[in-house]
Design a protein around this ligand. Structure first.
Ligand code: BG6
Length: 523
């Protein structure tokens, strides 16, 4: 039994690691042009460009590639290149300074188009860029469109790609579309967006990104479940008492108040990231590792998720909004005082829901408690499987308070897995204590995985849809949360703000579990 701590570790694609011996290279082989719509936005600067450059530095990108940025900002190619260099300097982890031969080769492949997303002339210009890339960088006409824009223009861009004959029917090579979340703002708008997109792209060409699925421990959950024999026999209502899935953040809404105040925690985190985690925990073993085999099983979980009964929403869903407080020793303002947030905002910055799954494995008897919030005590995303207690207690009459077993997959910040169990405390008396076995990624493998965006960008270029959400699952997830959203929109939260920044969240969330004799794991 060991307790390990996370250590700084090199990247997993470093070929020197002996534990990597014999694994094939994960280099992307197909050449392509990546078109970034929203190329001057926050997502491109913080995530996409550093991820692309990191892929290049780690020799994962195909030998022939090009990147075209497209945004409203009036920039020249050189201004775009300079801005991307700054973004890599600021946000690119473990890639070193963008300079030298690798940077020179990368930067010459960047070009830029400025204009509105409904400007026909810009799409003509895009066509020229793609043709030039084809001849100069041998991209074979393959193109990956990445929509990193505000969601209101997703439909517009797809329509114009089609009008300009730049869609899959007309491109010379393959043509794929990566779409950021949120995919719609409720069930109706998601269906409308889907119908706009499917006129042009087929499901096999659409990559709906959920960056949580690109996180290493999330994928390891699949390895844990389906490459070990010891967990799966227990993975059902007979042995599991409840499941808690947490995505807690310490940050507030930062500069995104305008977006967030119309979204809220249920739309921003639960409908996509947290529900996706739930489906991976709850699904049946897929028949193969093929993208659709896995996505079929994820979808079935959502089909089996019991709708929250109308008229009883408060028994199943709780919302919160942070007031002022202190996070990590620093004063934090109330949500309603954040930039671009209404002074009387009714938007939730914390959401917790209790769901049940009506199928053979779960029998509707295992509550899945999901929670996510901003400005909480600690950044912590994890999946906790709480097992049932032993059927008969032989020990414990001498005041021992030992706990039922639990298995925790820590997604961030300290990626790893812990299994808690009970053991005898040394000595002559039979005292029992709960102890844990810990696995930490960094020290366990002596290496760490690629950041989520790198993994997902690479998968989209490889044409691997496994970690992207299929439309049926997006739609089913909206079906689960939309009744709660509507109820919350129709009824003002009278107690907002109801939790202090830096706390564990609202009291009502504790009560949600206390009613069933349960408690949230402390952050
Ligand atoms: C995004 C949300 O999808 O995920 C943000 O829009 C949130 O509001 C972020 O802060 C959290 O991601 P991570 O990887 O930091 O847990």
């Amino acid at each position: 039994m060991t307790t390990t701590t996370t250590v700084a570790a090199p990247r997993v694609d470093g070929e020197q690691n002996p534990l990597r011996a014999g694994l094939p290279s994960s280099r992307i082989t197909d050449p392509c042009t990546i078109v970034l719509f929203g190329a001057t936005g926050d997502l491109t600067m913080r995530m996409l460009m550093p991820a692309l450059y990191s892929l290049r530095v780690h020799d994962m990108l195909p030998a022939d590639f090009a990147i075209v940025g497209y945004s409203r900002t009036q920039w020249s190619d050189d201004q775009f290149r300079e801005a991307m260099k700054r973004s890599i300097q600021q946000f690119g982890a473990d890639v070193g300074a963008p300079e030298g031969a690798i940077w020179d080769d990368f930067v010459r492949r960047l070009s830029y188009i400025s204009g509105d997303f409904d400007d026909v002339a810009c799409y003509e210009s895009l066509r020229k860029h793609l043709e030039e890339d084809l001849s100069e960088f041998q991209t074979r006409g393959n193109v990956l469109y990445y929509l990193a824009t505000p969601p209101v223009v997703f439909g517009e861009i797809v329509k114009h790609l089609d009008l300009a004959k730049l869609g899959p029917e007309d491109t010379k090579g393959w043509c794929r579309l990566v779409i950021e979340k949120p995919f719609g703002t409720d069930l109706v708008s998601a269906r409308k967006l889907q119908s706009q997109i499917e006129r042009v792209f087929s499901e096999k060409q659409i990559y709906r990104i959920d960056h949580y699925l690109g996180k290493e421990p999330v994928q390891d959950l699949l390895a844990l479940r389906f490459s070990n024999v010891i967990f799966e026999p227990l993975w059902n209502y007979r042995y599991i008492k409840s499941v808690q899935i947490t995505a807690a953040e310490t940050v507030g809404v930062e500069q995104r108040g305008g977006y967030y105040d119309r979204a809220g925690a249920l739309r921003d985190m639960i409908q996509n990231h947290v529900i996706n985690l739930m489906t991976l925990v709850a699904m049946e073993p897929p028949v193969s590792a093929d993208a659709d085999a896995l996505r079929d099983e994820k979808f079935k979980v959502l089909r089996a998720t019991r709708p929250i009964p109308a008229g009883r929403m408060d028994e199943f869903a709780v919302r919160g909004q942070y007031g002022e407080g202190e996070v990590a020793g620093k004063e934090a303002p109330a949500y309603r005082s954040e930039p671009d947030v209404g002074a009387k905002s009714n938007t939730e910055t914390f959401a917790a829901v209790k769901l049940s799954i009506d199928n053979w494995r779960w029998g509707g008897q295992v509550p899945f408690y999901l929670r996510s919030g901003k400005r909480l005590k600690r950044k912590n995303s994890e999946i906790a499987i709480e097992f049932r207690n032993v059927p008969h207690r032989l020990f414990g009459e001498m005041g021992d308070q030992f706990e039922a077993n639990s298995l925790v997959v820590r997604i961030q910040p300290e990626e790893g897995i812990s299994l808690s169990f009970n053991a005898k405390y040394p000595g002559q008396a039979m005292h029992i204590r709960t102890v844990s076995m810990d696995f930490a990624y960094g020290s366990g493998f002596g290496t760490k995985g690629a950041p989520a965006y790198e993994r997902l960008l690479a998968d989209a270029m490889r044409g691997n849809q496994t970690l992207f959400t299929r439309w049926d699952a997006v739609e089913a997830a909206w079906e689960v949360v939309t009744p709660v959203l509507e109820y919350w929109e129709d009824t003002r939260a009278k107690d907002f703000p109801n939790y202090a920044a830096g706390s564990q969240g609202p009291k009502a969330a504790d009560e949600l579990l206390a009613r069933e004799g349960e408690a949230w794991r402390q952050l």
